[in-house]
Design a protein around this ligand. Structure first.
Ligand code: NAD
Ligand code: UFG
Length: 338
């Protein structure tokens, strides 16, 4: 039996493909390459070695395309799906709401309809800490109120609701909603990592490009937040730890767990300046920064309580901030196209 990874050539999907293949699973990927590159398939194969590489099959296509999904579910023996595919830039979602609603919601509906048709009922969904908006206190627990402030976040909320309704209608589904905090870092091989097109929106890829001299200087968005050094605090999690969380989630689904929601974070908050300082230790002080005004829409602080994932799935993050910075720096040096 195979696991279908939609968006499996993207940042989190590719790391998850590696973990699943190394665990001996058969992996089928569908990706439309809108934010990834076909080379990633070969890199995944290189990392896992020839024996496991045989268990990877890649389809280039769009999850909204019912025909290609029908073909995949007919040709492959899919028993579980991890749904990574989606557009993910908060700012862009405000500019292009229709594209975001179409891509993220339509892909999910076409996928769920196809799964229903083929009687596949194990589903893992990539949700986000963004669904907590401005949480009332820290750390954030799964039962906190949810809400969204932008179209991207709305798509995550809508999809979570669709999955809850689906489960209510048929409790033979097993569904894991994984709310990721801030994934950073790269695979130890330096072959796969995060390489966004154009100027990065997110902190870590921006820092990496300043460290290599591709960008001049990091703007630190605000130093007057109510945090230990005034800069924004987030729960940064190594992407390999996050990827391993998906393997645990698939195991959980096999216990007929019903619908579960888990925070995937470390439980530790670091500020922007903590990240800059940690990165400077591994790259030799190349990250120049200046303090800039707050970025509209940003919150001051956000970190998880991830105990539920540990108690119920046996998963916890293991890699530290130094490791996150070292692997990002290694990836940036070895790999990036720009
Ligand atoms: P990514 O952009 O690197 O990966 C997404 C992949 O999906 C890309 O390879 C893209 O080409 C593909 N894709 C997009 N739309 C598609 C479609 N309609 N059909 C087929 N393929 C499609 O993003 P990522 O960082 O790996 O994120 C994966 C998932 O996790 C997304 O759903 C994202 O919203 C969610 N998430 C990401 C973060 C983060 O900070 N990276 C945080 C929380 C949640
Ligand atoms: N930051 C800077 N300068 C930059 C970029 C970011 O100072 O050039 C700061 C931000 O102000 C924030 C922190 O770095 O304090 C982290 O910002 P990111 O853009 O890296 O991440 P966010 O926490 O804003 O959001 C990300 C994803 C969301 C997701 C959320 C939780 O972009 O989609 O993590 O998973 F919902």
């Amino acid at each position: 039996m195979s696991v279908l990874l939609t968006g499996g050539l993207g940042y989190i999907g590719s790391h998850t493909a590696v973990e699943l293949l190394e665990d001996g699973k058969q992996v089928v990927v569908i990706d439309n390459l809108s934010n990834s590159n076909i080379d990633v398939a070969d890199k995944i194969k290189k990392i896992v070695g020839s024996r496991c590489a045989e268990n990877l099959k890649v389809y280039i296509g769009d999850v909204r395309d019912k025909k290609i999904l029908d073909k995949i579910f007919t040709e492959e023996h899919i028993d579980s799906v991890i749904h990574f595919a989606g557009l993910k830039a908060v700012g862009e979602s405000v500019q292009k709401p229709v594209e975001y609603y179409d891509n993220n919601l339509t892909s999910t509906l076409v996928l769920l309809n196809t799964m229903k048709h083929f009687n596949v009922k194990n589903f893992v969904f990539s949700s986000s800490a963004t669904v907590y908006g401005r949480a009332k206190s820290m750390p954030i627990y799964e039962d906190f109120e949810i809400g969204a402030t932008n179209p991207y976040g709305q798509t995550k909320l809508f999809i979570e609701q669709i999955l809850k309704d689906l489960y209510l209608s048929d409790n033979s589904y097993n569904i894991a909603i994984l709310r990721y905090f801030n994934p950073i870092g790269a695979h130890d091989s330096g072959l796969i990592g995060e390489d966004p097109n154009g100027i990065p929106n997110n902190l870590m890829p921006y820092i990496s490009k300043v460290a290599t001299g591709k960008l001049e200087c990091l703007s630190v968005f605000g130093n007057d937040y109510d945090t230990h050094d005034g800069t924004g605090v987030r729960d940064y999690i190594h992407v390999v730890d996050l990827a391993k969380g998906h393997l645990k989630a698939l195991n959980k689904l096999k216990t007929n767990c019903g619908l579960k929601i888990y925070n995937l974070g470390t439980g530790v908050g670091y500020s922007v300046l903590d990240i800059v300082n940690a990165y400077n230790k591994v790259c030799g002080g190349k990250v120049k920064y200046k303090i800039a005004p707050r970025r509209p829409g940003d919150i001051d602080i956000c970190y998880a309580n991830a105990d539920k994932a540990y108690k119920e799935m046996g998963w916890k993050a293991e890699r530290d901030l130094e490791d996150m910075c070292k692997t990002s720096w290694n990836f940036e040096n070895k790999n990036t196209k720009r």
